[in-house]
Design a protein around this ligand. Structure first.
Ligand code: FES
Ligand code: MG
Length: 575
């Protein structure tokens, strides 16, 4: 091996002075031998284990396999905890804390004697939080996702995370199932370790980690309970040691090409709208030029290839049996929609990893010329109602509503929506457009997953199953409908959404990428003059800082002072 400059960790461990004593001595209480400080790569295993994040509750075990791999490759593993974000347990929304967790990860990686990082990620927001934080430090980094749960099963029926909860709760309300049966289904849906096994946000983000080359092949689909997940973790442990030797930093992997491939994959898997916000935030940490318009342009003409819930029939376990994401990547590559040279964590261009992939279940991963759905990408809308953009998932929307003008029925807050939606006196019909305000980053706060407003009961009784809904909120990756999301600027920041009143006409034109409010400019100006912002949700603490600094959805909803990176240097000793 040629002479190389000493690794970063040697600024701690390579010292033969008072500080060297400090830095080594305290770690020796693990039973660490002196030879571990000889200049070998020190690898941080960044763990989002938490019992409050049930989807990541198996991560102590997963970390053990990573550790084995690091040791086998001659590295020195050090596992540490970072903030964990449980999508179903945190209120008002886990998204409020994504940036806080990203700060935690960034500062932990920088402050400690680490040469490389393994990111253990699972539940929805844990993936973008860790990638954003790591991007701002720019060490060699590899992602390991925790894997999806096994198929949900209830009395012989396959049930999918999130997607089947709505139908079951409606059956309970209608008296069609007993409370005992309801409880039994709860256990059947979550019968193994892992994240949601539909193509919700967790599976979408794990797929994008693989598509961007930050994880090893098959990172997305191997079930958490499958021994091959442990094997993948072990191989990632081995590989990160080599990545440190090669100085293969995260910014060398997450290039413009990686983001372009991610957008194509997002369409081809019919992925979650949440990925749009996360990709923008990650790109801005790295200084990669990448905007909402890129997402619209690159997603056009990408069919949805996988027949997975929420829009399809199958689950992640089926996706793995079918061959997993490498099959999707290969299909895109053959269609000319993959940057084949994008470098990946195993050191190879992505095409090398996927070119021999085979599909074992064409019912789950459909061929290019007979896709599950012709249009998989996200459409980015513009217009006087959303000057900075809005997003609609085309594959989840109803074709008959894609071009539609309707009368707005406005809800000023989530509380007003809940109070009025089932009021028999509510003046609403199937042609109306439901508008929800003050659910954006500042307004909710945290841009909660409430954009797929429930259809009013009286319309449900008439057989109405979908309506146009518009808001500054997000929606769960397991949801669907003709739902316009991420309207920017949001209502609470004084965006035009704040000025809409019930009775106004709105036109949605997905093909023309338009969202227009038919109100005269003079009238809008008068309404704007009369508008006062809603009171902030907090006057102290993290939430106040979040509200004061959060950027709008079109910029990734990061905090303004977190955009960019600071690298890994630390100037001073601690004593
Ligand atoms: Fe954690 Fe769905 S709730 S992945
Ligand atoms: Mg969610």
């Amino acid at each position: 091996m040629s002479a190389k400059k000493p690794l970063r960790s040697q600024a701690w461990f390579g010292r033969q002075d008072k500080m060297g004593f400090y830095y080594r001595s305290f770690l020796k209480n693990h039973g660490t031998p002196q030879d571990q400080f000889d200049g070998r790569p020190v690898i941080g295993i960044c763990n989002t284990w938490s019992e409050l994040t049930p989807c990541n509750a198996h991560f102590r075990d997963l970390a053990r396999h990573v550790r084995d791999g690091i040791l086998e490759a001659g590295g020195y593993p050090l596992e540490f905890p970072v903030s964990s974000l449980g999508e179903v347990t945190m209120r008002p929304t886990a998204m409020l804390y994504r940036n806080l967790a990203a700060m935690d990860v960034e500062e932990a990686l920088r402050a400690h004697p680490l040469d490389g990082a393994v990111l253990l990620m699972g539940c929805d927001k844990t993936t973008p939080a860790l990638v954003m934080g790591a991007a701002s430090v720019d060490l060699p980094t590899i992602g390991v996702s925790g894997g999806p749960q096994l198929r949900g099963v209830y009395r012989g029926q396959i049930i999918g995370s999130g997607t089947n909860i709505i139908s079951m709760s409606e059956q309970l309300r209608a008296g069609e199932v007993t409370l005992e049966e309801f409880h039994e289904a709860e256990a059947g849906m979550n019968r193994s370790a892992g994240s949601c096994m539909t193509m919700g946000t967790a599976s979408t983000m794990a797929s994008l980690v693989e598509a961007m080359g930050l994880g090893l092949p098959q990172n997305a689909a191997i079930p958490a309970a499958d021994a091959r997940r442990n094997l993948l973790a072990r191989m990632a442990g081995r590989r990160i040691v080599q990545m440190v030797h090669e100085d293969l930093t995260i910014s060398k992997i997450l290039t413009r090409a990686a983001f372009e491939n991610a957008v194509r994959v997002l369409g081809a898997i019919g992925g979650s709208t949440n990925a749009v916000v996360h990709l923008l935030a990650i790109a801005r940490r790295l200084g990669v030029p990448f905007t909402l318009d890129d997402i619209d342009r690159l997603g056009r003409g990408v069919p949805c290839l996988v027949d997975l819930m929420p829009s399809g029939r199958f689950l992640m376990e089926d996706f793995f049996e079918a061959g997993g994401l490498p099959v999707v990547l290969k299909t895109l590559g053959e269609a000319g929609l993959l940057d084949r040279d994008a470098i990946t964590a195993n050191g190879k261009p992505i095409w090398d990893n996927v070119k021999d992939a085979r599909c074992w279940r064409p019912d789950v991963i459909t061929p290019w010329d007979k896709p599950f759905k012709p249009e998989g990408g996200m459409a980015v809308l513009r217009g006087n109602l959303c000057p900075d953009g809005a997003v609609i998932k085309v594959s989840a929307a109803s074709p008959n509503l894609m071009r539609h003008t309707g009368r707005a029925v406005v809800f000023e807050s989530i509380e007003e929506l809940h109070a009025r939606k089932d009021d028999e006196a509510l003046d609403i019909d199937a042609d109306c457009i439901m508008v929800l305000k003050n659910c954006g980053p500042k307004g909710y706060p945290g841009m909660a997953e409430v954009g797929n407003m429930p259809i009013p009961q009286k319309l449900l009784r008439q057989g109405v199953r979908d309506m146009i809904r518009i808001s500054d909120a997000r929606m769960s990756g397991t949801a669907y409908g003709t739902v316009v999301l991420h309207v920017a600027p949001e209502a609470a920041a004084g965006g035009p959404l704040a000025l809409v009143r019930s009775g106004d006409l709105i036109t949605l034109d997905v093909a023309g990428r338009g969202l227009h409010l038919h109100v005269e400019e003079a009238e809008l100006a008068a309404r704007r003059a009369a508008w006062t912002p809603p009171p902030p949700a907090a006057t102290r603490g993290y939430v106040k800082m979040y509200i004061d600094h959060v950027q709008q959805a079109d910029q990734g909803a990061d905090l303004d002072f977190l955009v960019g990176g600071s690298g890994a240097p630390v100037a001073r000793d601690n004593h």
